[in-house]
Ligand binder design. Structure first.
Ligand code: ADP
Ligand code: ADP
Length: 228
């Protein structure tokens, strides 16, 4: 479902962030992307949701060739993809409900169906009772739950997460991981960049390690492999 062929990314300033990567990720896989800071993990992940374009090579996601995808088609492509960030990126003036509903409203879903589906995903992340609150009224872990609810509201086949537990304490991080595990158990592909050694070593999944823009390790049930 995600396939990169000879993908490289050089930023306009000349930095080579990703260099000749080949990788296949199948529907339903859970993949950790690990490696030192500056290794190219974010760039690797951003190319999957077309936040960055490769300067060389091809990327197929759900059969769509991303380098060829017109800018005007990017929003439609992104609807089938959930993205979760380290810093949540919630809209501060919208309630929890509205933040999640927003992703559905842009595709002109019937209001009744929006309400049903938003409450369903808020229940899944354990925040149904906080639907009327604003992001600033929530703890970090709760804000991340909202952003996960937002990422899955349109039932995407793949969820991409860039350090989703990077701002959270260990206990809250595990709660967030349980939600990703549940999403994965329902058949969704999960690709997650992380520095969380404890999680990677205890909740084992495929591990892709990136160093200097290259895949240096790819193991089906891997470990974190770094000291920090
Ligand atoms: P990681 O996520 O592993 O920390 P990144 O993909 O963020 O790595 O960065 C890889 C390299 O690309 C780093 O040297 C970083 O400084 C550089 N880089 C990242 N984003 C940009 C950008 N927008 N413009 C120029 N260089 C960038
Ligand atoms: P945590 O220790 O998990 O980070 P907090 O101590 O920040 O959690 O918050 C504990 C509870 O109080 C949470 O349920 C959160 O929604 C609620 N809360 C935190 N700040 C506010 C606020 N400014 N207004 C209303 N509720 C709040």
């Amino acid at each position: 479902m995600i396939e990169m062929s000879e993908v490289s990314k050089t930023y306009p300033n000349g930095v080579v962030a990703v260099s000749n990567i080949n990788v296949k990720i199948k529907q339903g896989e859970f993949v950790y992307v690990v490696g030192p800071s500056g290794a190219g993990k974010s760039t690797f992940i951003k190319m999957m949701y077309r936040e960055e374009k490769p300067t060389k090579g091809n990327i197929l996601v759900n059969g769509i060739s991303l380098p060829k995808l017109r800018n005007s088609k990017v929003p439609i492509f992104r609807r089938n993809m959930g993205v979760v960030f380290q810093d949540f990126k919630l809209l501060p003036n919208l309630t929890v409900f509205e933040n999640v509903a927003f992703a559905m409203e842009v595709i002109e879903t019937h209001p009744k169906e929006i309400k049903r589906r938003v409450m369903e995903v808020l229940e899944l992340v354990g925040l149904k009772h906080k639907a009327r609150m604003l992001p600033t009224e929530l703890s970090g872990g709760e804000q991340q739950r909202v952003s996960i609810a937002r990422s899955i509201v349109n039932s995407p086949k793949v969820v991409i997460a860039d350090e989703p537990t990077g701002n959270l304490d260990p206990e809250t991080s595990w709660e967030i991981m349980n939600i990703f595990e549940e999403i994965h158990n329902r058949g969704t592909t999960v690709v997650m960049a992380t520095h969380n050694k404890d999680i990677v070593n205890n909740l084992t999944h495929r591990v892709i390690a990136i160093e200097n823009g290259k895949i240096v390790r790819d193991e089906q049930r891997g470990d974190y492999g770094y000291e920090y």
